[in-house]
Structure formats: C-alpha cells, structure tokens
Design a protein around this ligand. Sequence first.
Ligand SMILES: C[S@@+](CC[C@H](N)C(=O)[O-])C[C@H]1O[C@@H](n2cnc3c(N)ncnc32)[C@H](O)[C@@H]1O
Length: 222
Amino acid sequence: MPKKAAKTPETLGLTERMTQKEAKKWVGLDFATKQPQFEQKHLTEFAFCNFYSFYEEIARWIPDGGTWVEIGLAWGESFRWGVCACLNEGKNVRMVGVDAFPDAWHHNGTPMEQMFHNHMQPFAGHYETIRAESSEAAANFVDGAVDFVFIDANHTAEFVRRDVLAWLPKVKNGGIIAGHDYNAPHEVKQVVDEIFGIKVVPIPSDDFDAEHRPFYSWKVQL
Ligand SMILES: C[S@@+](CC[C@H](N)C(=O)[O-])C[C@H]1O[C@@H](n2cnc3c(N)ncnc32)[C@H](O)[C@@H]1O
C-alpha cells in the first residue's frame, strides 16, 4: 500500500510561507499598521472581524498539528485570517469552521455558504467546515481533542450558554476557549462570567468605538 504523505506545508503545496503581500491581498489587512484596509470593500464589506491581532497571537501559540475550531463563520473574514495566520507561522493546524449557513442569508442571490467558500478559495485544502447547529456540531469531536475554540455564533444568553457548555469538554487541558463580543449590549459577558468567573481574560479589539474605546472578545485558558 502506498505510504500516505504526511500533511506538511510542503505536501499541501505551500513551499514557502505566504508572503505578507499575498496575505494582505486576500485578507485585507495592512501589515504595517495591523489595521484592516477598509478600502478593500470587496473583501471586507461583510466582515464582523475586529480580532486579527488575537488570531495572530493564537496562531503563534497553537502547537503544530493542533486543532482550531471557529463557531460562526458568516462570510469567512475571521476564519480566513485564522487559516492564513497559521500558514504564515508554518504550522499544520487542523482548521474546522462551523456554521448553520441559514438559507435566508445570501448576497444578491448567492447563498452565504457559497460566499464563504468563495472568500476561502485561496485557502482551499487548508480548512474543513461542518454545516450544523453550533452546539450539535461539538458531537463531531471527542472530549479533549481541540486546542482552541472561538465562539461567534448566536449572541443571546441561551445560545451562548449552550455553545460554551457543549464545546468546553472538547477543549484539552491547557487549551483555550474564547469568543467574540464580550461587551454590551450583547448577552455574552453575563453568561461567560457566570460560567468562568475570574478566569475570563478580556481581549481588546483592533478597532475602537467613537470614544476610542476598544470592543472586547474573551478567552479562558483551561
Ligand atoms: C457574527 S457572524 C460570524 C462572523 C465571523 N466569525 C467573522 O468574524 O467574520 C455569526 C454567524 O453565526 C452563525 N450562527 C448563528 N447562530 C448559529 C447556530 N445556532 N448554529 C450555527 N451557526 C450559527 C450565523 O449563520 C453567522 O454566520
């Protein structure tokens, strides 16, 4: 039987780290300022991502061969950046995206799922998706299998609680569970604080509100 080739950057066709110019082209991020380039409207007009630096930090932290799951993909802006950041680190990370991709979400008739894959096209072969309700998708993983999970799906208290409790057992000891929109008016903070208490570390966003205050994501290292 032919030996299965190891999944390395080379066998994936990535002979060298993606250049900053290439990554910038696809992700719409100005590497000098670390700010999204809002003039690249064709890439960023659907973006909800304001945590590019946090994803860079996670890409540096996550072990080679690790597993990264993002819950709530929309058009793929943050997920694409996570995939890109791991490749730039020269790491072979299993990247899994979860979204229900509701049929009602489309852009000029193109379904959200198709838009997502169009945006991810430069990274084809470097990611997987699970089209499912967020908490139910956790059943695809054995306990302790995931290094990093980022929750950015339904932000109401009921769903945040359900997602956190479904995904928490899947994260390994020393792994990180995190999520977006820790700040009001979302109901994320009340649930996350109730479950994790003082273990929660707020993560400031790359952008600011009108009073120059950052928004926040959250993370807990287990
Ligand atoms: C805020 S958007 C994600 C934005 C994306 N992480 C980014 O920064 O570019 C929320 C996404 O979560 C998905 N979603 C919401 N509730 C969900 C659920 N219960 N199960 C699965 N997906 C869900 C929606 O379809 C939507 O694509």
